[in-house]
Design a protein around this ligand. Structure first.
Ligand SMILES: [Zn+2]
Length: 231
């Protein structure tokens, strides 16, 4: 997933083929590709050139593992499966946004469609809005975000929120229903604010941070909560 994010929208040749060191191009061995273990065994450096492996890779691996493990421990089997699948798609979106500052339609729109589909035919035990509320949630989510983005642009004179963010909120509206949207925006904004403070972005007005990863995190936490996961 980390490699998909790093290679997203690269030239055809670079986007396919075996995993390689980004610094020297050496093809990685299977042992190098074992999640987290490979990184630790190589002490975060390329076997061939000694170049540092970005922390992005083991952190993405850790996140993917947690997204699989937490539902397994906290939820019944079917909601856990749905939560893990949703979480991995959201993680892929977050990783791509982090690397490329974009939330591709190729992922957000199917996620929105999937939210409407599961609301129409809910798997047993999975807590979802009715199909009417899911449609309403998607529409409201999209509208709220477009209005916020427009206001921000008027006030600051530059784009703050992208169309990808609006589509991700629409997808969240479909999966969670309209009543969960205030919670979603609150959790996402607090997470974004925490990172902005920690990274010093507040003191550097030109610095741009992607909002998608925070939205994705909030989306997943609110969904887990709705399924009855307690913490
Ligand atoms: Zn290398």
């Amino acid at each position: 997933m980390a490699t998909v994010a790093v290679r997203w929208e690269e030239a055809e040749g670079a986007a396919s083929g075996r995993s390689r060191c980004r610094a020297c191009g050496v093809v990685l061995r299977p042992a190098d590709l074992i999640p987290i273990v490979g990184y630790l065994a190589r002490r975060g450096r390329c076997r061939a050139c000694g170049g540092a492996i970005p922390l992005f890779y083991p952190l993405a691996e850790l996140a993917a593992g947690l997204i699989g493990a937490a539902p397994l421990l906290l939820l019944p089997p079917l909601p856990a499966l749905v939560a893990a699948l949703l979480g991995w798609i959201l993680l892929q979106l977050a990783l791509i946004d982090f690397q490329r500052m974009l939330l591709p339609d190729r992922l957000t729109l199917p996620l929105l469609a999937a939210g409407l589909a599961v609301a129409a035919v809910p798997p047993p035990g999975v807590v979802l809005p009715s199909i009417g509320m899911a449609l309403f949630g998607a529409a409201i989510g999209y509208a709220i975000f477009c209005v916020t983005a427009l206001l921000y642009e008027r006030l600051r004179g530059r784009m703050g929120l992208g169309g990808g963010d609006a589509k991700l909120i629409a997808a969240a509206g479909a999966w969670l229903g309209p009543l969960a949207l205030p919670n979603l925006v609150l959790v996402g904004s607090l997470s974004a604010l925490a990172v902005a403070v920690a990274s010093g972005a507040l003191r550097r007005p030109g610095m741009v941070l992607p909002f998608g990863p925070h939205l994705a995190l909030a989306f997943w936490l609110v969904f887990m909560r709705a399924q009855g996961a307690g913490w």
